[in-house]
Design a protein around this ligand. Structure first.
Ligand code: BGC
Length: 388
């Protein structure tokens, strides 16, 4: 983290977000566009200026897979078309101006609160012509091509920063925003060196840990080999694939054809396996004895438990950067489907926190910040509006 902050070679990019935590007094109605993976949302958020807010209309859109790996212009045109659809459906008067916060959950080298270049795609995205470009500019171009002139993109945010902003709007001393979902990442306010400016660590790219043979195989077959190694061991996009590789090596060809396809088994399938809701036939597991099914469940639990323990290790390291002996209380805002939905994930996290910190573990609380990334982007748009 220190190397990244001071511009020395590091697997952690430690990117400035150009914002500090909100005061809680920010007020007004803002729009938020939240692009984090194949789903994205457009929403309106009303901030009341007294640490409370209300999420208004929300529309969700699924980005067709071919657009995530096709021409970047088409991807942004699709986003603009969805914004158009949102404005029409909600009958928003088009003669007004709306401040919009854009959550773009990929590594972006921010140059100001409302501009920044995509460094490199993650999470399977590979659309051309976006890396190295200012994503706010690309969004503005697509909006104006579509004739939308009522939107002023006044903030660009990573989802971790959005999550931290949303929780901090409600409780002032939130120490970190963490995502444990399709991808993983965290941010924190750098008090000592930058007076509280929020830093996006991009910890998904951390590479100083020992990979096992399944991690190595997964990485070598991915479209971004050598990158996002921590993310590939921890996050939802990959834990189903680790499971598939383990099972293929251990159980071999007796399993169905579906399991031969990379990424055919998702983290949602793993939750279902553990809760007994999975259609066993789909992957050829119906041919296995009840004992073997128990073994499969155990493999799934071990992969999730390792993910939870690695996530906690990283969270503790981050907190210790600002408070070396964990003498104060710390609230960590967390969002993401793995954290929220994976059976026993939160229990594994608490257990490991205790193993690492003993009684001091009680000083750390994990707070779910459901859908915080969109709300947080609206808050940043409000902060930016106050600064002008
Ligand atoms: C991206 C981060 C993002 C994280 C969680 C990672 O792949 O690099 O910017 O915060 O996913 O969505």
């Amino acid at each position: 983290m220190e190397a990244g902050l001071h511009g020395r070679p590091s697997s952690l990019k430690m990117i400035s977000s150009f914002v500090k935590r909100p005061s809680g007094k920010e007020k007004g109605v803002f729009l938020a566009l939240d692009l984090g993976g194949t789903n994205f949302r457009v929403m309106s958020v009303e901030l009341f200026g007294d640490r409370t807010f209300k999420v208004g209309s929300t529309s969700r859109y699924t980005i067709p897979k071919d657009l995530t790996v096709g021409d970047g212009k088409e991807l942004f045109n699709f986003i603009a078309a969805s914004v158009d659809d949102f404005l029409t459906n909600n009958k928003l008067p088009l003669d007004k101006k709306y401040g919009l916060g854009f959550t773009f959950s990929f590594p972006v080298k921010q140059t100001a609160v409302a501009s920044g270049e995509l460094i490199v795609w993650t999470k399977g995205f590979a659309a051309t012509g976006v890396e190295g470009r200012d994503v706010v500019k690309l969004l503005n171009e697509a909006l104006s091509k579509r004739g939308i002139s009522c939107i002023l993109v006044s903030a660009l945010a990573n989802d971790t920063v959005g999550t931290l902003m949303a929780k901090s709007y409600q409780m002032p001393h939130c120490a970190s925003g963490v995502i444990l979902g399709t991808g993983t990442n965290a941010c924190y306010p750098e008090e000592k060196e930058l007076g509280g400016i929020i830093i996006n660590t991009e910890w998904g790219n951390f590479d100083k840990f020992k990979q096992n043979r399944f991690d190595i195989e997964l990485d070598e077959m991915s479209n971004n080999a050598g990158r996002q190694l921590f993310e590939k061991a921890v996050s939802g996009m990959y834990i189903g694939e680790i499971f598939r590789l383990v099972v293929l090596h251990e159980f071999g060809l007796i399993l169905g054809a579906e399991l031969q396809k990379p990424y055919s088994l998702t983290s949602a399938d793993l939750y279902e396996l553990e809760t007994g809701a999975l259609d066993l036939k789909k992957f050829g597991f119906d041919k296995l004895s009840p004992e073997k099914i128990e073994e499969l469940k155990n493999i799934s639990r071990l992969i999730a438990r390792r993910s939870a323990r690695m996530a906690v290790t990283a969270i503790v390291a981050l907190l210790k950067k600002e408070d070396a002996s964990i003498s104060g209380e710390h609230v960590v805002a967390i969002d993401g489907t793995i954290y929220e939905k994976f059976p026993d994930y939160q229990k594994h996290m608490r257990e490991f926190l205790r193993e690492l910190l003993g009684d001091k573990a009680e000083k750390i609380s994990f707070e779910l910040a459901k859908d915080g990334s969109g709300v947080g982007a609206a808050i940043i748009a409000a902060v930016a509006a106050l600064d002008r």
